[in-house]
Ligand binder design. Structure first.
Ligand SMILES: Nc1nc2c(c(=O)[nH]1)N[C@H]1C(S)=C(S)[C@@H](COP(=O)(O)O)O[C@H]1N2
Ligand SMILES: [Mo]
Length: 225
């Protein structure tokens, strides 16, 4: 029946994956699909904050612990960058536009001890993720406050999130509250739950052991904007 077919077509959602221009194919890591959506993925509820009481705590292998207020951080030099992002649930998004403070610009103000080789990023809600300090010193690692020229939305990490373009997106913690410098590495939330410690998308470092049963279309069912 014609009518039935039209109704079905109307209901069928268009595929959220988009065709990759062959000229840009080298930017898509193996096993990834390109999307123009911006899926929203996290554990727990979206936190609410008052910027007057929000703070970022610096601790661990530093000469002095420090707590930065929002106003303190807003006095630091700002940077802008465009980079691709790659989620382990197989979506990638090209040319995402961020503004904020380069991690290395913040680092230059911290008296980090030479023994510090690893970092744990602490975030709400009970989220953490570990990275080598060297990775965070790259020019494109950012404490982002803005996306597409607007403050981050609460669901994407307002007021501040980490952006680590060269690793799977779970390393890019939203709602960051603390940076802990460490001598020895320690696994963060997903790293304790079967995901790869390093997480290079071009090497497909998804899992640390057996593949985890993540449905290929997991991200398609998530909220997005
Ligand atoms: N605080 C916090 N940050 C987080 C997560 C989380 O659960 N909590 N999930 C990570 C994962 S798995 C992904 S893919 C990205 C998703 O960011 P987005 O929702 O802006 O796309 O956030 C990362 N940062
Ligand atoms: Mo993710």
């Amino acid at each position: 029946m014609q009518h039935g077919k039209a109704e079905r077509l109307k209901k069928a959602k268009p595929s959220p994956a988009v065709h990759v221009d062959p000229q840009l194919a080298h930017r898509l890591p193996p096993g990834q699909m390109l999307t123009e959506r911006f899926p929203i993925l996290h554990e727990g509820d979206v936190p609410e904050y008052d910027l007057g009481t929000w703070s970022l705590r610096i601790f661990g292998e530093v000469e002095q612990e420090r707590t930065f207020s929002w106003d303190d951080l807003m006095k630091l030099p700002r940077s802008q960058q465009v980079n691709d992002i790659h989620c382990v649930t197989r979506w990638s998004k090209f040319d995402t536009d961020w503004e904020g403070i380069r991690f290395k610009d913040l680092l230059s103000l911290l008296n980090v001890k030479p023994e510090a080789k690893h970092v744990m990023i602490h975030a709400d809600q009970d989220y953490d993720t570990n990275l080598p300090l060297e990775d965070l010193m790259r020019d494109d690692v950012m404490l982002a406050t803005h996306y597409n020229g607007e403050p981050l939305t609460p669901k994407h990490g307002w007021p501040m999130r980490l952006i680590v373009p060269h690793l799977y997106f779970w390393k890019s913690a939203k709602w960051i509250r603390g940076i802990e410098f460490m001598r020895e590495d320690r696994p963060g939330f997903w790293e304790r739950n079967g995901f790869h410690n390093t997480a290079d998308p071009f090497l497909e470092q998804r899992f640390s052991g057996e593949d985890l049963p993540i449905p290929e279309d997991e991200w398609v069912r998530k909220e997005f904007d």
